[in-house]
Design a protein around this ligand. Sequence first.
Ligand SMILES: [Zn+2]
Length: 178
Amino acid sequence: MAKIIRLIPVNTVDARLADRLAVCIEERFLTGVRIERSLALPRTALNATRNQLFAPTLYARIIKGFPGQEGLALAVTEYDCYKTSQRYLFADADANAGTGVVALHRLRPEFYGEEPDANLLFQRVLKESVYALGRAMGLRSCHSPRCAMHATSSVFETDSKSPNLCEACLGRISRARQ
Ligand SMILES: [Zn+2]
């Protein structure tokens, strides 16, 4: 039986984006997706010098805020995120905690001085959500630039990859589930 995936909006996230994301994730992972109540995370939780959220801090808050929950958790946040080895990130996960994050801040066209584009934003969020969930399931980054599991550090790379897993990564996921 596949594990349930729980989407957790951090503070306020566009409900239409969350709903659409839930449907698309359900299709890709063939598993139930539930949108949880949002996790309140004040700006005081950010690293004050960097004005960014440390991803492991977010994972700890999720585990504390939703104790004893089954399945995988994916936080969706407007905050700019980072971790020790990365100055910023689009998506990340802690496989041991079964928890990941997708950060909208740098996926927005506006961040690069372009016009807002809800559809482009959604495509980027979907690809990076698939990446985060794959990592949460224990998958490594994929060397194929078209695979959703390809680690990206620029939106150009995100736009170049597909929202789907390559055959090799799909095989790894089905083996991981057995
Ligand atoms: Zn792959």
